[in-house]
Design a protein around this ligand. Structure first.
Ligand SMILES: [Ca+2]
Length: 250
């Protein structure tokens, strides 16, 4: 991106819309011009350009961008143009589509969002792509990873800071029995606790587990599970320990 030049004078959304229209015109597309404009505008400016473009040319600039640009460039430009909720929906949809399948990316978004953020992008997902999120998870994911994602996107969780020490101790005991103490692993217990408990409650479980069994829950998850299921559980754990980091979106 070091080759991008900063525009010498502040521009208006109207000028930008006109410049973009010109870049699209004719055979092919002046990709450098498009990137130069959109990379140097913030979310609000881009939203205004989108609006201006619709008014001036009766056309949706997002549709135009996706027909003019291709591959990774198309994806990045479209991601720039969207608000965080739409970006979540797009990233998850791409991750759960056969052609662009990236279950890790989809898992990362799903498991690092709060229940209300999940509600928002779930609604948008359904209305934009015409299919419920759960359907795509059902089709693309498998095994315990699938069960966890399905539970995680449909279970309401408390978003406040209060937690219950007694329940945390009980859950730690259940996780110990299901993991370290057991030959093999009872994944169901992990799915149940990780999808039902709030972030604050999970943070309390992490500390209760350490106090009771002298081991970190993260190590237990790493030892007992693997693959995408492990990745999902670890993402949920790290967002409970460090919720501020998980609030930051793309
Ligand atoms: Ca075990």
């Amino acid at each position: 991106m070091s080759t991008l030049s900063v525009p010498p004078v502040p521009t208006s959304p109207r000028d930008d819309a006109i410049a973009l229209y010109r870049a699209f015109k004719g055979f092919g597309c002046d990709t450098a011009a498009v990137v130069n404009i959109l990379a140097h505008r913030d979310a609000t400016q881009r939203a205004l350009i989108q609006q201006e473009y619709r008014v001036m040319y009766s056309d949706d600039i997002l549709k135009r961008l996706s027909s003019e640009l291709h591959g990774k460039l198309e994806t990045s430009v479209l991601l720039w143009m969207h608000d965080p909720v739409a970006r979540d929906a797009i990233v998850v949809k791409q991750g759960l589509s056969s052609e662009t399948k990236n279950l890790q990316a989809a898992t990362e978004v799903i498991c690092s969002r709060t229940p209300s953020q999940i509600q928002c992008f779930k609604q948008l997902y359904h209305s934009r792509f015409g299919v419920p999120l759960e359907h795509d998870i059902e089709m693309q994911a498998s095994g315990d990873h699938k069960k966890l994602l399905l539970a995680y996107v449909s279970t309401p969780r408390y978003e406040g800071l209060e937690f219950d020490r007694e329940i945390a101790a009980k859950d730690s005991k259940a996780l110990f029995k299901a993991g370290e103490k057991k030959l093999g692993t009872d994944e169901k217990t992990f799915i149940h606790i990780f999808s039902e408990r709030s972030r604050a409650q999970l943070a309390a479980i992490i500390s209760a587990y350490h106090d009771m069994y002298g081991n970190s829950l993260k190590k237990v998850v790493k030892g007992e599970t693997s693959g995408l299921f492990e990745y999902a559980l670890l993402t949920i754990l790290s967002c409970s320990e460090n919720p501020a980091r998980c609030c930051i979106r793309l």
